[in-house]
Each structure stands twice: as structure tokens, then as C-alpha cells.
Unconditional design. Structure first.
Length: 405
């Protein structure tokens, strides 16, 4: 399982890095670049809930394997019809859109299947290893891609990603998705039609609303994503490049420390014994992330900008981002483990699909609102506001989880 995931993720990060640089290089347009990002995000918003319905009604193993095979076929076809010397933006966006659809079906199916693959007693450790693999791939992919991008044709990246999906699919055939059968749903063969699909979606919504613990975690996942994008993902590049005035290379180094921190956090969680009080771990992690967001805004207040050096900002941000990455792993992994343990096997797909869809929807909303404000208000206000609301949300989450314990 881990080998297949490593191979497909590394191939995807290599491809995403190369195709993004290619679009920017060929068009010089930020709009074209943003469209390629939207093509990768929009399917998660649209198809997230429907992927959950399929996941709960069909073999999850088959969904995972066929998702990778469809990705392989899409990229192979793309390889033979694509001419790197002539940009066909519509073709690039279409391929990214299809790959994103396959990705959401695979992600939801894997997350819903994890208790049956690994057993609930091993969930935190297995989720930690998976998170570590993702973090390592997100570092290694752009690093390798940056080294070889100028020396090889874009088609190399396309075929490398295609072969990674094929190899991942072959390795996934070896995974026992029912190693712990008590955690696997009973698949009832149904002829899915629009009425049944929406009935199943309604059942998933009703379950989330009826379970306070799940509703709290659902709300947390949605709003944490919003506040992080509103308070960090948009303001942070502006602060580093426009306010502090660090170099592009320094900005690139800072960007790499967040996945490095996530990798460190994942490794620590994988090595530690299974923690009983996941709610407390989540609480401390979210408070730490809130503090990171607050400090990011606070240290660029006008009076501090006048007395602090660029070197201070560079090394201070390395430390802050590393701690935030570690805390992110300590927050995300308990959330995932709590969900996997508290959702019945036959509903996991729909709930994970709903969470993925809503979280992905709030991501561009947070970015859009921050983008409107960043040129019209002092930029430090955005992280400060986000930190305050995220702290309030964290206390609400913790009190709710404690009352349900």
C-alpha cells in the first residue's frame, strides 16, 4: 500500500510541478495558471459527495484500482496527442480535470477503507505514515522536477506520471481491503439512478447532522481550511515578497519547510504509541497553528518592520513554519482517525466525500475574500483576524469533543 502510494504521489507532484511551470512559461499569464489550479480543485467540490455514494455501494478496491488505470490511460493518450511546442490550454485543463476526478474517487475510497485495511487500533500510525509519504513526495517532486525541468521534454513528465499510476494500480491489486472484515461494509448491488443517488446523499447529510462528534469535526475541517487560506495562503506570499522583501529563493526555501514539518510530525506520530486522548492532541495542535497565524501578522506590524532585519524575518519564519507543519500533522491525523473510528463502515464514503467537497469549496472562498482585501487593507490584519476566529473555533471544537467523550 505504502509503496504504491509513494510511486503515484511522486509521479503526480513531478507532473503538477512541470505542467504548472509549462503553462506559466508558455502563456506568461497568471489567469491561465489559476485556471489550471481551478481545474484541479473544482472536481473535488462537484464530485466529492458523489464519489462517496459510489464508494459506499461498490467495491472500494475496484474504485481505487480503476481510478489509477483511468489516470494512466488519460495521461498515455495525452502523451501521444500533446505537442509541447504548441500550447493547447483547453487540452491541459481537460486532462487536469479528469485526473482530479479520479483523485477524489481514489482518496475517498482509500480513507473510507483504512479501518478495514489496517484495523482501527493502528489507524493513527497508518495515517501518520500516509501523511509522511505525502509530505515527502510534495518536497521531492518539485525538487527533482526543478533539477531536470530544463533538460527534458514535458512529455517525459507526462509519461512518468502515467507509468506511476499503472504501477500503483498493479500494487493496489495486492492490497487486502477486507483484512479486518468487521470494518468493511456489506456491498449490496444496486442499480444507481438519480433518485437513489440523492437519497444516499441525504442519508449521509442526515448522519452528519445526527452525530454531534461528527458534526463538530465536519465543521472544523471546513472552517479550518477557510481560515488557513484566508489568513496564510494568500497573505503569506504577499508579506514575504512585498512587505518584508525577501528574495524569491528565500521564499522558495520557506515554502519547503511546511511539508518538512508535516513529515516530521507524521514520523513522530508513527513512532509514538497510539494516543488515547486525541481530542487534547487536536486542541493543542490547533492552538499552535492559531498562534503561528497570529505571529505571522503581528511581526509585520509597522513599528516592528522598522526595527527587525530581513535575516530575522527569514529565520523566524523558518522556525514558525516548521512548527506549523508539525502541528498540522498532529491536527489532521487525529481528525482523520476520529472520523474513521466513529463513522459506520457503510457511511464512511459519503461522509468523507461531503467533507472533501465542503473543505475544497471553502478553499477558493477563503482565497477569494483574502484576494479582495489584501490590496485594500493592511495585510497583517488578515492573519490576525484569522487567528482570533480560529482560536474561538478551536475552543468550541474541544469543548464539544470533551462533552461527547
Amino acid at each position: 500500500m505504502f509503496l504504491g502510494k509513494s510511486i503515484s504521489l511522486l509521479g503526480s507532484y513531478l507532473y503538477n510541478f512541470a505542467i504548472s511551470l509549462y503553462v506559466l512559461k508558455m502563456t506568461g499569464s497568471g489567469l491561465s495558471f489559476s485556471l489550471s489550479l481551478v481545474a484541479g480543485t473544482l472536481p473535488r467540490v462537484i464530485f466529492g459527495p458523489f464519489s462517496g455514494v459510489f464508494c459506499d455501494n461498490f467495491s472500494r478496491k475496484k474504485i481505487v484500482v480503476f481510478s489509477d488505470l483511468i489516470s494512466f490511460a488519460t495521461l498515455t493518450l495525452f502523451y501521444f496527442i500533446f505537442d509541447p511546442s504548441k500550447l493547447n490550454l483547453l487540452l491541459v485543463l481537460s486532462v487536469n480535470f479528469i485526473l482530479a476526478i479520479c483523485n477524489i474517487f481514489e482518496d475517498v475510497s482509500f480513507n473510507a477503507s483504512m479501518p478495514a485495511i489496517a484495523g482501527r487500533q493502528n489507524l493513527t500510525r497508518v495515517n501518520s505514515i500516509n501523511s509522511g509519504i505525502t509530505s515527502l513526495s510534495s518536497i521531492a517532486g518539485p525538487f527533482i522536477g526543478g533539477i531536470i525541468f530544463g533538460f527534458v521534454n514535458l512529455n517525459f513528465f507526462i509519461m512518468a506520471n502515467a507509468l506511476s499510476f499503472l504501477l500503483a494500480a498493479l500494487l493496489e491489486l495486492l492490497i487486502n481491503f477486507n483484512l479486518f472484515p468487521e470494518e468493511a461494509p456489506e456491498i449490496q448491488k444496486k442499480a444507481l439512478n438519480p433518485d437513489l443517488v440523492f437519497s444516499e446523499l441525504k442519508e449521509g447529510f442526515s448522519f452528519v447532522r445526527s452525530q454531534k462528534t461528527i458534526l463538530i469535526i465536519f465543521s472544523a475541517a471546513v472552517f479550518i481550511n477557510f481560515f488557513f487560506n484566508f489568513g496564510i495562503n494568500v497573505p503569506f506570499p504577499y508579506i514575504i515578497n512585498n512587505v518584508i522583501g525577501l528574495s524569491p529563493s528565500q521564499f522558495g526555501i520557506l515554502e519547503s519547510f511546511f511539508p518538512a514539518g508535516m513529515l516530521m510530525g507524521s514520523l513522530v506520530l508513527a513512532l509514538l504509541p497510539e494516543r488515547k486522548n486525541l481530542a487534547l492532541t487536536l486542541y493543542i495542535s490547533l492552538l499552535t497553528i492559531s498562534a503561528y497565524i497570529f505571529i505571522t501578522g503581528f511581526i509585520v506590524l509597522p513599528f516592528l518592520l522598522r526595527i527587525l532585519s530581513k535575516n530575522f524575518y527569514f529565520f523566524a519564519n523558518i522556525f514558525l513554519i516548521l512548527i506549523a507543519g508539525i502541528s498540522s500533522s498532529f491536527a489532521n491525523i487525529p481528525i482523520l482517525s476520529l472520523l474513521q473510528k466513529n463513522i459506520p463502515a457503510d457511511l464512511r464514503g459519503r461522509v468523507f466525500g461531503l467533507i472533501s467537497s465542503m473543505s475544497s469549496f471553502m478553499e477558493p472562498v477563503g482565497m477569494f475574500l483574502a484576494g479582495l482585501l489584501v490590496d485594500n487593507v493592511p495585510v497583517y490584519i488578515l492573519p490576525l483576524i484569522s487567528a482570533v476566529f480560529l482560536t474561538l473555533l478551536t475552543n468550541y471544537i474541544y469543548s464539544g469533543l470533551r462533552s461527547e467523550a
